[in-house]
Design a protein around this ligand. Structure first.
Ligand code: IMP
Length: 183
């Protein structure tokens, strides 16, 4: 199906993202100072670039694991029903865990994942989201650390997609349609 034409306007530069990640990594290192090995859990697929940059700023012992939850499908709207498509490889019971999310939008995904992982009784579980759209929230959840709060815009880049496009942009941009929606 041909897609509705759009352009991408830069919203957060690659440089601004890198600087913010450096600062967040300092806070995370302090918070987990006594941790022997931190389990860093990336939520696929959107967090793959963020987690790669974040762990390289964390000079401490980390184990990287991934979990895939579905909520958006191929569109621009959250389905509100979260399914686990790929579970963790490792055990997290008694461990210190950091969940890495790309965007918190309605909040359904993060809330569901946090509930699931807490049921496995980690010693400590914290969350980090690169982006947060607080005006879109439908459930009560906030990440422990947030990179940037953004308005209600559909964004792409730095791992984040629109119907599987644009994940490879080095910056965060907002999608602007150039033609009116077909009736
Ligand atoms: P939530 O469950 O509504 O909080 O949605 C979270 C997920 O929806 C994120 O992990 C993203 O994969 C996706 N998402 C939310 N907002 C956007 C956006 O602006 N662009 C692309 N994906 C988004």
């Amino acid at each position: 199906m041909p897609h509705r034409p759009y352009v991408i306007d830069e919203m957060i530069s690659a440089k601004a993202i890198a600087a913010r990640i450096e600062a967040l990594a300092q806070q995370i290192k302090q918070a987990f100072a006594g941790t022997e090995k931190l389990v860093v859990v990336g939520l696929l697929r959107g967090s793959f670039v963020f987690i790669a940059d974040l762990v390289r700023e964390l000079d401490m012992n980390v184990e990287v694991d991934f979990l895939e939850a579905s909520s958006y499908g191929d569109g621009m709207e959250s389905s509100r029903e979260v399914r686990i498509l790929k579970d963790l490889r490792g055990e997290i019971g008694g461990r210190d865990v950091l969940v890495v999310e790309d965007i918190v939008d309605t909040g359904f995904t993060l809330k569901h994942v946090v509930g699931l992982l807490k049921s496995r009784e980690p010693r400590r579980l914290e969350t980090i989201a690169l982006l947060d759209k607080p005006s879109r929230r439908e459930v009560d959840i906030k990440a422990t650390w947030t990179g940037f709060e953004i308005p209600d815009e559909f964004v792409v880049g730095y791992g984040i997609d629109f119907a599987q496009r644009n994940r490879n942009l080095p910056y965060i941009g907002k999608v602007r349609f150039t033609e009116p929606e077909q009736a």
